[in-house]
Ligand binder design. Sequence first.
Ligand code: SF4
Length: 278
Amino acid sequence: MKIFVVKNAGFCFGVKRAINLAFEKAKKTGKRVYTFGPLIHNPQVVEELRREGVHPVQNLKKIKSGTLIIRSHGVHPRILLEAKKKGLKIIDATCPFVRRAQRNARVLHKEGYQVVVVGEAHHPEVQGIIGYADDQAKVINSNTRELDFLRGKRIGVIAQTTLNLDTFKQVTGKLLEKAREIKIFNTTCNATAIAQKATLEMTKDVDLMIVVGGKNSANTSRLAKLCREKGKTTYHIETASELKSKWFKGIRSVGVTGGTSTPNWIINQVVEKIRDLT
Ligand code: SF4
């Protein structure tokens, strides 16, 4: 059986940067290092960081001193303010692409546009972006049917960075019909788009797709969804231990891909295990 790994599968630039900063800091400092929420949506990496002394916290009330790493998703400006007031040392690993979305939200809000973020309302990145529009931004996605509240308004649109470009085009098309004036910033991130495109290409050449990455990772789940939409049998796993030999019966070729928060060592382990099983 042939095994193909999608080129560009695994850590994107922004995640790599955040992880390196966290490990570097953990090594250098004798003090506690925290991240606001898990640094990335991958339980195995979060556990490895914990062993190195980097601890995720959901609430700053639990921290008295030390270093706070802001993850690649960014945070609501209120969190930064709170951390500063507490005297925490802040290492901001917000991905530059997310920062661009935050800046655009702020500019649009200041210019008087109703800011609309196309994405998932509960995603931490979106929650952070909303803060840059003074919590006045509305979040919609491709399933949002009721858009009449935007009729006749000046709308400023940005995207969650990991959003699929086609979905963004589709939603902005609908907004165009409602708005009096519309200003659009394409803040989708290339890394996700490249990984999605390469993964979709691979679905044409293989019998089965294995998508590797956190079940809590939006972009990994989206990769699995896209593969299934192409009619390809697809399994979304976090680690090699979830692979089952029966999946590969009668299969001649398998494609392996991973989300932008999936480390390459886990992808390699998956490839090795598929070899063992087949
Ligand atoms: S997916 Fe894109 S925006 Fe998100 S962290 Fe990676 S490089 Fe940055």
